[in-house]
Design a protein around this ligand. Structure first.
Ligand SMILES: [Zn+2]
Ligand SMILES: [Zn+2]
Length: 898
């Protein structure tokens, strides 16, 4: 169904779809634009065109249509005061990180706050009716416009006005009446300036009419009436009709302030601070002229660089004015905008990274730094953050709590970027052609090089308009989950005994059995879910190897056969396994909150896995954990264990739980049911969780972190054990430690002993050498050294393989012996680690026939290795320690044989 088709159909029956009481009461007239033919409602009888095609477009710049001026903060106060006066609940903003939808990383519209996923359907849950909310929304599709167009932001405040038409809420007539009165009564805008343009909305199988409202060509809001489902030839009214009015708070401020851009009135004092630092006068006439042209040209040209070029031309700017005023101004707006977005995102727990939604945040921070570098701006980012939060806290007091954390994260991330610059420079210097959009995406995805960096390095002059939208698309659709389908149609919901008395032995009726699967009418077997591994045990003595949940039906997988359908079976849950898993599961909660307390507010559970004897928790964190951090986390976790805190479980309506505890309850991901099970460990940790937990923390006994590892950018894995497994681990670890320290002690002692021996040797050496060389013909033994003396003028042989001698000894003895007796050949064999080595010396006379090198070669071969050297000295060896004797015997034969 095409939006155009719906619009043309609805436009043929304006009475039914668009006319509201206000239009009749105030005498609004329906007209069609002379240029684009669109229908709009106005009380200005002279008006002939729609707001996009009128002469007064953007004429509020420099000439606002209100007497009073309201900046961003004040504009919200006005909106809030008007709607609360008119019986609306004012709800605090929801996080910008969209924890309650698994298809969105960030909150992109106020209505998203109230959408919850139930299977494949999206349902609406409103905490009040009617309500308003100042919802910060993040949108990254047209980042290239930010700072340039005067009205595009990477994050903005959507004033959400929502109502369900029932006894509390209202429908079209009252909605448009309220919006009109907000503009006229509260903001004092002349009713002649207000135009409602007919439009339609379509999405997720439903559609309806909408009325956009404009003042001086600026669209301030859009009231969408979600009313129908079906298709154009056959549609019916929805059971749950909804008003989704979204208005841009920044635009409300802008239209009343009449500043050259919306940026000038929405960031508080920081804009002027920074402009002053670079010597730009915010009140310069030239800016009003230039940005009015920009706004008008936005309708005429598709391409941003064309818009800019033509605005420069028609505003008559000189090159100097462009370089000294416009370019730095665009940079400053960009920096402030991007920092504001990072403040919200990091405050709500998102981290810049190279995965998921973190991509956009890293991109923005790199744009900030590149822009500062390119324009040689020396701003203090921490100071910008402080000033912005000081301004924003009027509307968003929660930002102050995470102020230091935001600075920490941005500081770390900036440092990382600076460190990668050298590598980036190298890659960029190798680029041989002007990069295409695909090249740009590849450069960012694989090397973290932003187009702004390429702009800074003069590789590109403009960033292609499709870059950010393409990148944004690439990283939007990945947050999807697959569900496996098993046909269990018509089966009743399984009664879950583990949420009740949790008996480990129970009887149940077989509702269905097929292949290797069994469905019971009731079960105490916990099904795999939320990272918790399934229970094992037996059904009718048949082993249960897996348990899965399909909707509200539990399916048991058996080994070696299945029981008959309709039979009553006796079931036993392996309670030792369950205990281990339950302790590990509860420990996950404790470690998660401990990590957040120790590390910072950005820590969220990324995922978890809990088995009987081991478990792991992956948390979002920017760096690998230090030993000190690990100890602190473990200590805090064990102090919670020792305090013996009771664990309470309560069921709440989802909306109530969110309002009461906030979105931190969704540590384990979204909850696809209306009633959420809130598991509280005192006020230390409160989460929505369907798993099994101990009743009091001291049942866990001990939590021991066994290993931590940074597994991806922004995610750290904590492996741990708890309960008996932790105690065993510590014992084992202690035993290992004792063993290791004993080994170390032995090594030191051995070294000491050797040192003593060496000294001893040095002293007895001259005597030893004398006693060897003065030996008479025949075989003698001195200190395990064997001496074979032959007739004078023939080679003598001296050898030892005693383990009391080392390399130092053999070299010293060999040297001395051949010096004293030129007919002497010495062969020393000794063990060195896992090797056996040989050292050979051959005296000046003996060496003529019996070369040391030859002997070493042969000996080494016997020892299973290689060796060699010259006539006088050689060495070698091998690995075969059992051949020491053979080696010496062979050497002896080689020397003594004639
Ligand atoms: Zn028009
Ligand atoms: Zn849990």
């Amino acid at each position: 169904m095409d939006k155009k088709e719906i619009l043309s159909k609805f436009s043929t029956d304006p009475e039914r779809y668009y006319n509201v009481k206000l239009f009749e009461n105030q005498g609004f007239e329906r007209k069609s634009c002379m240029i684009c033919k669109r229908f709009y409602w106005t009380i200005d009888e002279n008006r002939i065109n729609c707001p996009d095609h009128s002469d007064d477009t953007y004429s509020f710049i420099g000439n606002p249509p209100t007497k009073k001026r309201f900046d961003y903060t004040q504009a919200w106060k006005e909106v809030e005061s008007f709607f609360t006066k008119n019986e609306h609940a004012s709800v605090s903003r929801y996080p910008v990180v969209c924890r309650w939808r698994d298809d969105l990383y960030f909150t992109i519209a106020s209505i998203v706050d109230f959408q919850r996923v139930m299977g494949s359907k999206i349902v609406f849950e409103f905490p009040a009716n009617p309500l308003i909310v100042p919802q910060t929304c993040l949108r990254f599709k047209d980042l290239e416009n930010v700072g340039v167009t005067g009205r595009h932001f990477s994050s903005f405040c959507m004033i959400g006005q929502h109502s369900i038409p029932n006894s509390h809420g209202y429908w079209k007539d009252q909605c448009i009446d309220l919006d009109y009165r907000l503009l006229t009564e509260q903001f004092g805008i002349d009713k002649k300036e207000i135009i409602f343009v007919e439009d339609v909305w379509e999405g997720g199988g439903s559609f309806g009419s909408s009325l956009e409202f404009f003042v001086k060509g600026l669209e301030l809001g859009n009231a969408v009436f979600t009313e129908f489902q079906g298709n154009l030839s056959n549609y019916k009214t929805l059971d749950q009709q909804i008003i989704d009015m979204g208005a841009g708070l920044e635009r409300f401020a802008w239209v009343t302030m009449g500043t050259p851009t919306a940026y000038d009135c929405c960031f508080g004092p920081i804009t002027n601070n920074l402009l002053q630092q670079v010597g730009i006068n915010q009140n310069d006439e030239l800016l009003a002229t230039y940005f009015t042209k920009i706004a008008k040209h936005m309708e005429q040209f598709d391409n941003l660089s064309d818009v800019r070029k033509n605005a420069i031309k028609s505003a008559g700017l000189t090159d100097e004015q462009i370089n000294k005023i416009i370019i730095p101004l665009e940079g400053i707006y960009l920096i402030i905008d991007h920092i504001r977005t990072l403040i919200f995102a990091i405050s709500d727990g998102a981290l810049p990274s190279n995965v998921g939604g973190g991509y956009n945040l890293r991109m923005m921070l790199r744009r900030i730094i590149s822009t500062m570098d390119r324009l040689s701006l020396k701003f203090d980012i921490d100071e910008i953050i402080d000033t912005q939060i000081d301004y924003l806290k009027n509307t968003y007091p929660e930002l102050e709590k995470t102020q230091e954390d935001i600075k920490t994260i941005i500081g770390i991330e900036s440092g990382r970027y600076e460190n990668s610059k050298l590598r980036m420079e190298k890659i960029v210097s190798k680029l041989s052609h002007k990069p295409t959009v695909d090249d740009l995406i590849r450069l960012y995805e694989s090397d973290g090089i932003t187009p702004d960096y390429l702009k800074e390095m003069n590789v590109v002059s403009d960033i292609p308009s499709t870059f950010y939208s393409k990148l944004s698309e690439l990283h939007q659709s990945k947050k999807q989950k697959k569900q496996d389908q098993v046909s269990l149609e018509g089966l009743p919901e399984t009664q879950l005994l583990y949420y009740g008395d949790d008996p480990k032995e129970f009887d149940a009726k077989v509702v269905k059995s097929f292949d290797k699967y069994v469905v019971l009418d009731r079960t105490s077997f916990y099904a795999r879910g939320g990272g918790q591994e399934p229970d094992h045990g037996t059904i009718e003595k048949l082993e249960v190897v897996d348990v899965k949940k399909h909707g509200n039906i539990i399916v048991h997988e058996l080994k070696n056969g299945i029981p008959k359908e309709g039979s009553i079976v006796s079931c036993v849950v392996n309670s030792k396994r369950r205990d281990g898993i339950t302790k590990n599961h509860t420990s996950t909660h404790i470690l998660n909150s401990s990590s957040r307390n120790v590390l910072g507010s950005w820590v969220w559970q990324h995922s978890a896995f809990k088995e009987e004897d081991h478990a792991r928790l992956d948390i979002t964190h920017h760096s690998a954990l230090t030993d000190d951090e690990i100890i602190k986390i473990e200590d805090l976790a064990n102090s919670v264990v020792k305090k013996n805190i009771s664990i309470t479980i309560e069921n709440f309506d989802r909306g109530t739980a969110e309002q009461k505890y906030g979105f931190k309850i969704y540590q384990g991901g979204i909850v696809p049911v209306k009633s959420v099970r809130i598991v509280s460990i005192g006020d230390f940790d409160i989460e929505a969780c369907g798993g099994t937990h101990v009743k009091k923390t001291d049942e866990i006994e001990l939590i021991k972190i066994t290993r931590t590892k940074r597994i991806q950018d922004g995610v750290v894995r904590i492996e741990f054990v708890s309960g008996e497994a932790a105690i065993d681990y510590v014992k084992q670890h202690d035993d290992d430690l004792i063993k290791k320290s004993a080994e170390l002690k032995e090594k030191i002692e051995l070294k000491e002993k050797r040192r003593g021996q060496k000294q001893e040797l040095r002293e007895k050496f001259p005597i030893l050498v004398d006693s060897i060389t003065q030996s008479k013909i025949g075989t003698n033994i001195v200190d395990e050294i064997i001496i074979d003396m032959t007739d004078p003028g023939k080679p003598n042989f001296c050898s030892t393989m005693s383990d009391q001698y080392d390399e130092f000894f053999h070299i010293s003895l060999g040297e001395k012996l051949i010096e004293k007796d030129p007919w002497m050949v010495y062969c020393g064999i000794f063990e060195d680690g896992d090797k056996v080595r040989a050292i050979i010396y051959s005296g000046a006379q003996a060496g003529k026939g019996k070369k040391a090198g030859d002997i070493a070669k042969t000996v080494s071969e016997i020892l299973g290795g290689t060796g060699g050297g010259n006539q006088r000295f050689a060495q070698g060896g091998g690995k075969d320690k059992s051949k020491k004797n053979d080696a010496i015997e062979k050497a002896k034969t080689m020397v003594l044989e004639v």
